[in-house]
Design a protein around this ligand. Structure first.
Ligand SMILES: *[C@@H]1O[C@H](CO)[C@@H](O)[C@H](O)[C@H]1NC(C)=O
Ligand SMILES: *[C@@H]1O[C@H](CO)[C@@H](O)[C@H](O)[C@H]1NC(C)=O
Ligand SMILES: *[C@@H]1O[C@H](CO)[C@@H](O)[C@H](O)[C@H]1NC(C)=O
Length: 379
């Protein structure tokens, strides 16, 4: 600010001097207009400086910590003129309803983003694109129903993700590619009935999991989650609790306290079993067999996609079986022929020895009896 004022003042003086020199005699009128011009210049410089280094109207900017606090301001969208060096952005307790793609393009250095207690129901697939350094994302207390598959793909440094107190009923398996450093994942107070084990496997460093108060459906489809959570706790992970909301048999029971034996493995219809196996072959990285998730449309699409090439593995299996049978039959036949040949040769040799024919001497004696006979013949 001071620098701006100083530059403005110096410029106004300079302009005044120039005008005085060029006007020569009419100095008084000229000085007046020069003063007006200087004022105009000063105000435009001030506005320019506010845009470059200033703070959005409804926010408080702390330059020492590079944090910007725009909380509780009734904002309906992300302020467009945020300082580019911002590291922490507080947007909580506003009425922001949606985020367009590249909503935070102007603050690429952001490490912490708090969007808690807004009205977010719609996040564009690329809403968080460009936030390469984001470590903490708080989306607690919004109105999110579903999340786009690739919503968090561009956040490699993410450490803490809070999605609690929304209306999320389904989390896509492809929510992230690989969250190497994610240690806290909070999704309590939502509408989840199940959670893909593969999603949890994409966060190998997770230490704290908040899954409480969802609509967990403790049927065979949740067995994968149960097994994963048991390993997670065994390795020192901290979990709040997973309390079943259905079926009636298990309502109010903790998922981890229901014994394994009481879970029936999901009865796979033969067609699904087939496609599951194809899946298994097709994608080496999906090494863990998982229960089919009939609720997710993406998976259903996948199943439909896999139904067509289904006959192929069956044919392949037939072919393999045919080759094996043919091989075994051929092998037996060859062995029999070999045995017959040996038998024939031996027989011929023995008979030749008895007759003392010269043919027998060129024949190799295959058996010890033949040798004895051969030795005794010259006598
Ligand atoms: C949520 O934000 C509104 C303002 O938009 C505020 O009045 C309310 O107290 C906040 N709720 C919580 C739980 O902080
Ligand atoms: C997210 O927001 C909630 C509500 O304001 C708060 O309790 C929680 O501590 C926040 N988490 C982080 C990491 O900022
Ligand atoms: C994870 O954190 C470590 C240590 O802070 C860092 O070196 C690494 O680059 C991070 N991984 C990713 C994918 O950003």
């Amino acid at each position: 600010m001071k620098a701006g004022l100083w530059i403005g003042h110096a410029l106004s003086l300079l302009i005044c001097k120039l005008i005085k020199v060029s006007c020569g005699f009419n100095t008084e009128a000229c000085g007046d207009s020069a003063m007006k011009g200087a004022l105009l210049l000063l105000s435009s410089v001030t506005v320019l400086l506010q845009v470059v280094r200033g703070c959005p109207e409804k926010c408080r900017c702390h330059s020492t910590s590079n944090s910007v606090d725009c909380s509780q301001q009734g904002l309906v969208e992300v302020p467009p003129d945020l300082p580019p060096q911002t590291l922490t952005l507080h947007l909580q307790d506003n009425q922001i309803r949606q985020l367009p793609a590249f909503a935070f393009r102007s603050v690429p250095q952001l490490t912490t983003l708090n969007l808690c207690n807004n009205s977010l129901s719609n996040l564009a697939p690329g809403a968080f694109h460009g936030l390469q350094h984001l470590q903490v994302l708080n989306l607690t207390q919004n109105s999110l129903n579903s999340l786009e598959g690739r919503l968090f793909h561009s956040l490699p440094q993410l450490r803490e993700l809070y999605l609690s107190s929304n209306n999320i009923s389904r989390l896509p398996t492809s929510l992230s590619e690989h969250w190497e450093n994610l240690t806290i994942f909070a999704i309590q107070q939502n509408q989840l009935q199940q959670l893909s084990r593969m999603l949890l496997e994409s966060m190998p460093s997770v230490k704290l999991l908040f899954l409480k108060d969802n609509l967990w459906k403790c049927n065979c489809h949740l067995l994968g989650l149960k097994l994963w959570l048991e390993t997670f706790i065994y390795k020192g992970g901290v979990l709040d609790s997973v309390v079943c909301a259905s079926p009636d048999t298990w309502k109010g029971k903790d998922l981890l306290e229901i014994p394994h034996e009481l879970y029936q493995p999901c009865p796979l219809p033969s067609s699904e079993l087939e496609s599951a196996q194809v899946w298994h072959l097709d994608s080496a990285h999906r090494a863990v067999p998982r229960p089919p998730e009939s609720h997710s449309t993406a998976e259903q699409d996948h199943t439909e996609c896999e139904l067509k090439p289904k006959p192929r593995p069956a044919n392949l299996r037939h072919a393999v079986v045919t080759v094996i049978i043919t091989g075994v039959a051929c092998g037996i036949l060859c062995l029999m022929m070999l045995a017959a040949a040996i038998y024939g040769c031996t027989y011929a040799a023995i008979t030749a020895q008895y007759r003392g024919g010269p043919l027998a001497q060129t024949n190799e004696p295959a058996k010890t009896e033949g040798k004895e006979l051969f030795d005794s013949s010259p006598a």
